[in-house]
Design a protein around this ligand. Structure first.
Ligand code: URA
Length: 433
């Protein structure tokens, strides 16, 4: 029998013209791109065609499965602690601004008895990445061996690692999307998130699906559809998956950037920190513990009694990090002040994310080094009183020529006025199969 072969221009043309890709075409293009037989230019064109034309559910399912098959799939079901299988559970966010939740959340779940195998990502577009944040801790490495991941899961209860050989197709496509304006696509987000999470070997997964200006998909309708699609993809691969829909119209917490977000996470682990960061950490922890069958433990207690902080210290030390050495904010700072007094009526998450990206916290070319110290502090948050002349934001960068563009992003993105903004729920809904 002759084997039907594909070529990239035909696959691109099919999607460009609104057609559906066959299973065989998807398998071929993912494999050929992973192994260098489809060029970046060709995959970029295909991603833009998918961005513009979308995909059917059947295409998304096959694209995700092909990405999982592009690399290895980890399996921790043989691991035991005190003679019992590990309660394996993970969380993934669809990307937000000031979204440092993984950093306090993982140690909270560890302290409650869960084991978190977390394949984490780098910044994407205007959103920050857990790896870029954690790598601002001197010595911390996410490039750890499989043996070390297994050891940490057993001994400590977590490992946070670069996806490496898991879903290598996603690693290449993720980097390409970041620089080709093709991030904000439901099929591409769903397949990217779920391919990594299916391959990483967790038994249960909680998704934090963002809604609002700082999310990749802005409307509640789009975010619901994304959450549903991901929950179904998880179920199809035997991964118990649930999702929270959470507000991302304004940044989470007061710190946005890399080192500044680690500092804010340490405040949360010390029992303080901004109330919204604490609320979301505890809501996601409760969901993860329920998914892992660990109900009956109180995640808030682990912040109050320091046990989550102890777990974080142990996790960072196991991965080479030194929390005793501070990772300072960048030396150059600029402050933005309010020209009038009143109430902070709004701070737009997208604009803040773009400002921080322009300060050097994210990438504009593949593999670019991000600045650990680049970031922003929000002194007055939505709903807080502001006095005329008072500092509203402080911006940090190692390269002061970046200030002008960052400040321009914030122009018109925040408003001090006389009305009190209506309270917006942080947790909008919960979605299960
Ligand atoms: N997180 C991912 O891993 N992929 C995306 O596309 C968005 C968020």
């Amino acid at each position: 029998m002759t084997q039907f072969t594909f070529d990239a221009p035909t696959v691109i043309r099919t999607k460009r013209d609104g057609g559906a890709l066959s299973d065989a075409a998807i398998d071929w293009v993912i494999d050929a791109y992973t192994n260098g037989r489809v060029a970046d230019e060709q995959m970029s064109a295909l991603l833009m065609a998918i961005f513009l034309r979308g995909m059917t559910n059947a295409e998304i399912a096959r694209w995700t499965a092909a990405m999982v098959s592009s690399g290895e799939r980890l399996d921790f079901t043989d691991l035991r602690r005190d003679g019992r299988p590990l309660a394996l559970v993970d969380k993934h966010s669809t990307g937000g601004v000031g979204d440092k939740i993984t950093i306090p959340l993982v140690p909270v779940v560890m302290a409650c008895g869960g084991s978190v195998p977390q394949a984490a990502g780098r910044g994407l577009g205007h959103t920050g990445g857990t790896l870029d944040k954690l790598e601002s801790i001197p010595g911390f490495t996410a490039e750890i061996s499989k043996a070390q991941i297994r050891q940490q899961l057993c001994d400590l209860g977590a490992a946070i690692f670069a996806a490496g050989e898991l879903a290598p197709a996603d690693r290449k496509i993720y980097a390409l999307r970041d620089i080709t304006a093709t991030t904000e696509s439901l099929p591409l987000i769903a397949s990217s998130v779920m391919s990594k999470k299916i391959a990483e070997g967790t038994a249960a997964l909680v998704l934090d699906t963002k809604v609002g200006s700082g999310a990749f998909l802005k409307t509640e309708r789009q975010a619901r559809e994304l959450a549903r699609t991901m929950v179904e993809l998880g179920a199809a691969h035997g991964l118990a998956t649930s999702a929270l829909l959470t507000d991302m119209s304004t940044p989470l917490g007061r710190a946005v950037g890399n080192a500044v977000e680690v500092s804010e996470s340490l405040e949360v682990l010390a029992g303080g920190g901004p109330p919204d960061v604490v609320e979301l950490t505890l809501a996601l922890a409760a969901e993860m513990l329920a998914e892992a069958g660990l109900d009956g433990v109180d995640p808030a207690q682990t912040l109050a009694d320091g046990s989550a902080m102890d777990r974080f210290r142990a996790l960072v030390a196991a991965q080479g990090g030194d929390l005793a050495q501070s990772s300072p904010v960048a030396v150059h700072a600029e402050t933005i002040t309010a020209s009038r007094g009143g109430t902070m009526e709004n701070i737009d998450a997208m604009a803040v994310g773009l400002a921080v990206w322009r300060l050097g916290a994210g990438r504009s070319v593949p593999g670019e080094r991000v600045q650990s110290g680049a970031g922003l502090h929000i002194h007055r948050r939505r709903g807080e009183a502001v006095a005329a002349g008072e500092a509203v934001f402080t911006l940090y960068t190692e390269t002061p020529q970046r200030f002008e563009a960052a400040i321009a992003e914030l122009d018109g993105a925040w408003r001090v006025g006389d009305s009190t903004p209506s309270a917006q729920p942080l947790i909008i809904d919960r979605i299960r199969e």
